[in-house]
Design a protein around this ligand. Structure first.
Ligand SMILES: NC(=O)c1ccc[n+]([C@@H]2O[C@H](COP(=O)([O-])OP(=O)(O)OC[C@H]3O[C@@H](n4cnc5c(N)ncnc54)[C@H](OP(=O)(O)O)[C@@H]3O)[C@@H](O)[C@H]2O)c1
Length: 277
């Protein structure tokens, strides 16, 4: 991993932290991201102790302005980006059982788990393209529910599990969609369910007893991020390390197009000239 630069969102805690530390040990330059400065400092220090190099970027993914600022600083600071892992996320009950909105007024789980990664990835695409071969890994989940395009923000009826599961399927749909767009560019995009109920903050908040370790989830994420077996393969969904089918809506081209158009509009990207290939 020498000379590789890797950005892992949500690497101040949970499985993202584990992935960051492991990639640091393997010699990558690791861009650690999250909100919690104290925990970020620990991750950066641990990577340093193992002889690796890490930098921390603070950004709140519940604000699209923060995502834009984050992408701009990363693109300014780094001449290349070899791997982007969109891992940051909130669970079914993070912040309580009631519906919550992001800084931009969008349903919070949709905003943090999906829309922020959509915007961040698209803003970093020029850097990823110029670093090709490069990889994007979206950490989704086996918990997937179809998006009801008549109530994407769940304003009519809210349920934390539905909110989480539709945000996770949105990540899978984005993966399939972007992989098609990037065909032949040398940038691949894949997604996965890392492991079931790992012992992390989000699982504790949901009141669930863990059944997997963060090491198991990290191993599955690292497989997509660095395994030579994945070279040139794109648009795929994995359950841990096993390629499999996601929810049917991920393979519905009309639904993917609807989600893409909505996401471009919500992030304001439809107003910008397309990034040069
Ligand atoms: N745990 C599981 O069993 C499981 C199963 C399937 C899929 N997943 C997926 O795996 C990923 C990681 O989950 P985890 O269990 O490791 O979670 P976690 O331990 O709760 O960690 C979540 C990470 O996301 C960051 N984050 C949360 N909200 C953020 C925001 N608004 N802005 C910026 N960063 C934010 C946190 O950073 P700060 O604390 O610094 O804000 C933290 O680093 C998620 O996408 C999750 O959906 C997990």
């Amino acid at each position: 991993m020498r000379d590789k630069t890797v950005l892992i969102t949500g690497s101040t805690d949970g499985v993202g932290r584990e992935v960051a530390i492991e990639l640091g040990k393997r010699g990558a330059k690791v861009l650690v991201h999250g909100r919690d400065t104290a925990r970020a400092r620990e991750v950066v220090a641990e990577i340093g102790r193992s002889g690796g190099l890490a930098e921390f970027y603070a950004a709140d993914l519940s604000s699209l302005a923060d995502v834009r600022g984050f992408a701009a600083v990363v693109a300014d600071d780094h001449a290349r980006l070899d791997i982007l892992i969109n891992n940051a996320g909130i669970g079914t009950r993070t912040g309580g059982p009631q519906r919550r909105a992001s800084a931009d007024g969008h349903e919070l789980r949709f905003a943090v788990n999906y829309l922020a990664g959509f915007l961040l990835t698209r803003l970093l695409l020029p850097l990823l393209r110029s670093s090709a071969p490069a990889r994007v890994v979206n950490v989704a989940s086996a918990g997937q529910a179809p998006i009801d395009f008549d109530d994407v923000m769940l304003a009519r009826s809210y349920d934390g599990a539905q909110a989480y599961m539709q945000s996770k399927l949105a990540q899978v749909m984005f993966t399939v969609d972007l992989a098609q767009e990037l065909a032949g560019s040398g940038v691949t995009v894949n997604c996965l369910h890392p492991a079931t109920y790992m012992a992390t903050t989000m699982v504790r908040e949901a009141g669930v007893s863990p059944t997997s370790t963060v090491e198991e989830g990290a191993d599955a994420i690292l497989n997509l991020a660095v395994s030579p077996d994945l070279e040139g393969r794109s648009g795929l969904y994995f359950n841990r390390k096993q390629q499999t089918r996601a929810n049917a809506q991920a393979y519905d081209q009309a639904a993917r197009q609807r989600l893409r158009e909505l996401s471009l509009r919500l992030t304001g990207l439809h107003l910008e000239p397309p990034a040069r290939p």
